[in-house]
Design a protein around this ligand. Structure first.
Ligand code: SF4
Length: 124
């Protein structure tokens, strides 16, 4: 399977083309999976009218999907995203945990990896 990025396997509804069945030219230019998030027609606000959309293309689709449940949402890491509070809350939680760790030398560090499960936990 060819994917637009290594994490795109988790995006729902993408019909990932098989490299055994299609040319690279077809996969890149014509497959629905690689065209799904090209241009800006798929974008929602605030991306659709944002002056940055031609530079960052609305941010990361996988991150948008995992954190908001909507692959066409504005990347929640963006300060203009209506879902930015989820990222801020996660950062705040980590700051609290780091402060606890510093205050208590017997405490063990909590490492939270950025994986599908942990990212989806921010959707709630
Ligand atoms: S992710 Fe943020 S900066 Fe990028 S286009 Fe969307 S609103 Fe603009």
């Amino acid at each position: 399977m060819a994917r637009p990025c290594h994490n795109a396997r988790q995006l729902p509804g993408l019909d990932l083309p098989k490299v055994q069945e299609h040319s690279l030219r077809y996969i890149w230019y014509e497959s629905s999976a690689f065209g799904a998030f090209r241009g800006d027609a798929w974008m929602q606000q605030p991306c659709r009218s944002c002056p940055e959309r031609g530079d960052d293309f609305g941010g990361c689709r996988c991150q948008a999907y995992l954190v908001t449940g909507d692959a066409s949402a504005c990347d929640p890491v963006c300060g203009r995203s209506p879902q930015r509070h989820r990222i801020d809350a996660a950062i705040s939680d980590q700051a609290v945990a780091a402060a606890r760790l510093q205050a208590d030398s017997s405490a063990k560090p909590i490492v939270i990896y950025r994986n599908d499960r942990n990212s989806k936990s921010l959707q709630a």
